[in-house]
Ligand binder design. Sequence first.
Ligand code: MG
Length: 213
Amino acid sequence: MLALFDLDNTLIDRNGGLESWARDFARSRRLGEGATAVICERLRERTYPADFVHLRETLGLDDAPGDLWQEYVDGVARSVRCFPGVLEGLEGLRAEGWTLGVATNGAADVQRAKLAATGLAPFFEGICISEEVGVRKPAYAHFKAAATLCGRRLGSGGWMVGDKPETDIGGARVAGLRSVWVAGGRTWADGLPEPDVVVPGVVEAIGVMRAAA
Ligand SMILES: [Mg+2]
């Protein structure tokens, strides 16, 4: 069976890693108290090299934007952590014969750096990053590319686990995958097509899939 996972704030605590990196970065440049919040606000939803052109101006930095981007890629990859139990859960799925993939929106270098630094990369047959495949979730083509990278077809069924209602759960529905929403303390917004399963965190998602197999 195929299981696709979102990366940021599903397998790894991206928000926590970003805040930790931003705090260290602000301190390293002797920026004021508000700088950490400015950085996090700018980078919370998505982060690309162009964001550092903006931040360089806003924060009055001398560094070249490309150097800032590289500092971010290296630094945030060191700062992010898997949620507890993730590596063991993925190992269990692999042992039971599951085919695992990542379906993530983002820039290739930073997503790959995070997958490598957290030790996640070896668990996955296929890693589908929007910048590399040229299409973002929730598009059907993104999920199709993810399945193909795993050596599977979407028509054979499978699961998608993620934290974002529109991109992960909405996308899974269009792709014909069963969906597990990692709620992280939130409640599902009325009006959106509902996920098949709601769980507090990714470890519970893995448990649900193993039990259903
Ligand atoms: Mg996410």
